[in-house]
Design a protein around this ligand. Structure first.
Ligand SMILES: Nc1ncnc2c1ncn2[C@@H]1O[C@H](COP(=O)(O)OP(=O)(O)O)[C@@H](O)[C@H]1O
Ligand SMILES: [Mg+2]
Length: 239
């Protein structure tokens, strides 16, 4: 697969996991979900993570996206331990997550969802207003001005997912995580979203990490990882 890189920063490791283990504990029992995971995620690369339900995919994403800290091991961004960098700073400046259930602000329009995220993370577009940039990103994921001005509850599931993607793009991050982003979408919409991920990785040098159940998504990614019994392994395609 050929990747078109547009800038010198578009290659190299973005995120490293070293000996990462994660255990959930309550009064009755402890469950170790991730076991001693070592992994590097590079810029300009589109990764998919496959694995049976309950294998810890969402847990892995929540650690890698800085929502939670691992019980053991270290995660570093550009060589810096996330715990030293600060999880909220990492989330604000470097990583964005697209959740399975979109997590949109339901009392707002599509446009407001995108501009609000830019305000919260302090992103200023290089030219023009936040509003103009948000409209441009919504257009890029296939939502016109009319849809942009509609309350998100009046958009279809696929359209809401596109808003969530535009919102993640607006934050102009180094790493984009998505948890089963095409799970509720029809095949054509899913395909367009996969293409957006590919463009982001190959044209903008973003590191894109997508958890999926879909072979359609996996076969179009650059690298396929499988999580099973707490271990992460790379799937090498035979060609
Ligand atoms: N907050 C939590 N507290 C306790 N157990 C949890 C918690 N979150 C997930 N688990 C358990 O960890 C395992 C992995 O869950 P998860 O990461 O959601 O897997 P996946 O996304 O692959 O389906 C499951 O057995 C789940 O029940
Ligand atoms: Mg999950």
């Amino acid at each position: 697969m050929t990747a078109v890189m547009t800038s010198a920063t578009a290659t190299g490791p973005a995120l490293r996991l070293d000996g990462v283990s994660h255990t959930y504990a309550d009064q009755r029992r402890r469950t170790t979900v991730l076991k001693n995971i070592d992994c590097t995620f590079e810029r300009g690369t589109f990764y998919t993570i496959l694995g049976p339900s309950g294998s810890g995919k969402t847990t892995l994403l929540s650690l890698a996206s800085g929502l939670d800290a691992p019980t053991k091991g270290t995660i570093s961004f550009d060589g810096q331990d996330l715990m030293k960098l600060g999880l909220s700073r990492y989330r604000n400046r470097h990583a964005a997550t697209i959740f399975q259930h979109y997590n949109l602000l339901t009392y707002m329009t599509a446009l407001q969802n995108v501009t609000t995220a830019m305000e919260i993370t302090g992103v200023k577009p290089p030219t023009g207003s936040r509003r103009a940039r948000a409209l441009q990103l919504l257009e890029r994921v296939g939502l016109d001005t009319d849809m942009a001005r509609r309350n998100v509850m009046r958009l279809s599931g696929g359209q809401q997912q596109r808003v969530a993607i535009a919102r993640a793009l607006a934050c102009d991050v180094d790493i984009l995580f998505a948890d089963e982003p095409t799970g509720n979408l029809d095949e054509d919409t899913a395909q367009e979203i996969i293409e957006t991920f590919r463009e982001l990785a190959h044209e903008q040098g973003t590191c894109v990490v997508v958890v999926t159940h879909s072979q359609q998504v996996a076969t179009q990614s650059d690298r396929i990882l499988t999580l099973r019994k707490g271990r992460l392994t790379e799937h090498h395609r035979s060609r």
